[in-house]
Design a protein around this ligand. Structure first.
Ligand SMILES: Cc1cc2nc3c(=O)[nH]c(=O)nc-3n(C[C@H](O)[C@H](O)[C@H](O)COP(=O)(O)O)c2cc1C
Length: 348
């Protein structure tokens, strides 16, 4: 067992968070992670696209973001009833997305208010990609914890001053949106730990026991993993996407291209390269947005060549598709072995 402030605070077995991975649906994945003893997150961004595309994407069935969020919370609650698993929601609060952010966070707060089981087990609201200040008070008043994803010590100190409970320090090697300044986890994490008094979770590049042990050594209370969880049996991602993570063999095989709120790290494929190329050629914001949406629509059709598949550098280190339970058990056992057996032997 590894006990940290994160496991104590959330009453979870493992110091592992499954990252929000919008615009994809992570309902099944969040439930599987919660059932296995980590913190599973429902991803909000994709709900913001409801109504913007002709065909519904990512398997969402409801007509408004709010209804979809309430539906997803209900689903995860039911899927985790037996285990008593702990889960949360992830909502980016970038200016481009602010109206939807408000709607989605309010949906989360409403679910907590109206359902005791949700209030007991949907313990966290994780915000990212913007300034969470307007939301912190409401989240804390509801009794939930507020976590925010930060790319620098500067941002971490800011959110600490708003009353945020936990900072997730997210390094540039991570999949999905990354900050403009390319600061990677090895430098970012210890600096964020030094900058704030609140607990820090590490994100960007984590996939196994050695990286979990490293995060703990650098002062983190746990890790948040995105790319690693895509390639699990229960994840909601399409099989070809999971296979693409496994078949990416080189840690250099990612590319940064313009996304809705800044750069996105994609696994390299023709779809991602086209996005990169369009930006180099000066495509307008609308053209880039349309290309990004076309990339998502291609994923839903199983058209891997033309899709935009966000994924971190760590995709080059992932070579299997285990169940979530197997994966988390294996990561924690390996980290324990390293911390208990391998490292102490280095001291002479
Ligand atoms: C497919 C994908 C989608 C993502 N979407 C989101 C998102 O909606 N909200 C968010 O806060 N982070 C998002 N991220 C970033 C993750 O939360 C996480 O910080 C990142 O994946 C960590 O790096 P890793 O991929 O090396 O584990 C996404 C990452 C991936 C791979």
């Amino acid at each position: 067992m590894i006990k940290t402030k994160l496991t104590e605070m959330l009453e979870i077995k493992y110091p592992i968070i499954q990252a929000g991975m919008g615009p994809h649906n992570t309902t099944n994945l969040a439930a599987a992670v919660a059932n296995a003893g980590g913190l599973g997150l429902i991803s909000g961004i994709g709900m913001g696209y409801i109504g913007l595309t002709k065909e519904p994407l990512f398997g969402f069935t409801e007509k408004t973001p709010k209804k979809q969020m309430l539906r997803s919370i209900e689903t995860v609650k039911n899927m985790t009833k037996e285990s008593g698993g702990v889960f949360g929601i992830n909502v980016p609060v970038a200016v481009e997305f602010q109206n939807v952010s408000k709607e989605l966070i309010e949906a989360g707060l409403e679910a907590r208010e109206t359902d005791n089981d949700v209030a007991r087990r949907m313990k966290v609201i994780v915000t990212s990609a913007g300034k969470p200040e307007p939301f912190v008070e409401g989240i804390k008043e509801s009794g939930a914890y507020h976590f925010h994803v930060c790319p620098s010590p500067y941002h971490a100190k800011k959110v600490e001053s708003y009353g945020t409970d936990v900072v997730i320090a997210s390094g540039h090697e991570g999949g999905g949106h990354v900050a403009h300044e390319p600061v990677h986890t090895m430098v970012l994490l210890p600096e964020v730990v030094r900058a704030v008094k609140i607990p820090v979770v590490a994100a960007g590049g984590f996939s196994d026991g050695s990286t979990l042990a490293a995060a703990l050594a650098l002062g983190a209370v746990g890790v948040q993993m995105g790319t690693r969880f895509i390639a699990t049996k229960e994840s909601d991602f399409h099989q070809p996407y999971k296979d693409y993570v496994v078949n990416t063999k080189d840690v250099r095989d990612t590319i940064l291209a313009k996304g809705l709120f800044g750069k996105i790290r994609y696994m390299k494929n023709p779809g991602a390269q086209r996005l990169w190329q369009a930006e180099q050629e000066g495509a307008s914001e609308t053209e880039l947005f349309n290309l990004e949406m076309a990339g998502f629509a291609a994923i839903d059709k199983g058209d891997i060549e033309n899709s935009g598949m966000a994924g971190g550098e760590v995709s080059g280190r992932i070579s299997d598709i285990p169940t979530v339970k197997e994966l988390m058990g294996r990561i924690v056992k390996e980290a324990e072995d390293i911390i208990r057996d391998r490292l102490p032997k280095l001291i002479v």
